[in-house]
Every structure is written in C-alpha cells, then in structure tokens.
Design a protein around this ligand. Structure first.
Ligand code: FES
Length: 95
C-alpha cells in the first residue's frame, strides 16, 4: 500500500491504492480541514505535495479552477478531497 507522510507533523499512514487523500487521512485521525465535506466546493483541504507528486495524475479542470482561488497556491498544490493516492507521497498541510 502507498504511504503518505504529512508535514509538519511527520506522521506517516498507509493508504489503499487509489484512495482519496482526505478520506484516508480522516479515517486514520489526521485532521485536514474540509468545510464542504469533500464535495469540491471550498479550498480548505488544500495541501502541497512535497515529494512523489510526479507519480500522481494531475488535477481535473474543476479542481484546477478551485485551486486558482487559493491565496498561497503553488505549482504542486492539490485539494486533498480530489487527490488519489497511487504512490508514496509527502504532503504539507498549510497552517
Ligand atoms: S473539502 Fe472542500 S474542496 Fe476539498
């Protein structure tokens, strides 16, 4: 199973391949804000993929549109509710 390491905590969890990051994190007690409940209607689940992002499929157009509204968006920003974990990655949860 792929792993996800969260920064700044350094905690690592195992995730079923293809699972969406937000739900996998919440299921294992890693808190990621999610005001819209994972329905692609907010930007509170913004994360920054620090390692392993090149293995992931890119964001769909709807996710890209929402990411444009993130004030500190970076080229490796994703919305955790849309990101499917298929490889080992490290993500930062912005404060
Ligand atoms: S939880 Fe709202 S867009 Fe991801």
């Amino acid at each position: 199973m792929p792993t996800v390491t969260f920064l700044p905590s350094g905690r690592t969890i195992e995730v079923a391949k293809g699972a969406r990051l937000l739900q996998a994190a919440l299921d294992q007690g890693v808190e990621i804000a999610h005001s819209c409940g994972g329905n692609l209607a907010c930007t509170t689940c913004h994360v920054i993929v620090k390692k392993g992002g090149w293995w992931l499929s890119g964001p769909e157009p709807d996710e890209e549109d929402l990411l444009d509204a993130v004030s500190d968006v970076q080229s490796n920003s994703r919305l955790a509710c849309q990101l499917k974990v298929t490889r080992n990655i490290t993500v930062e949860i912005p404060s």
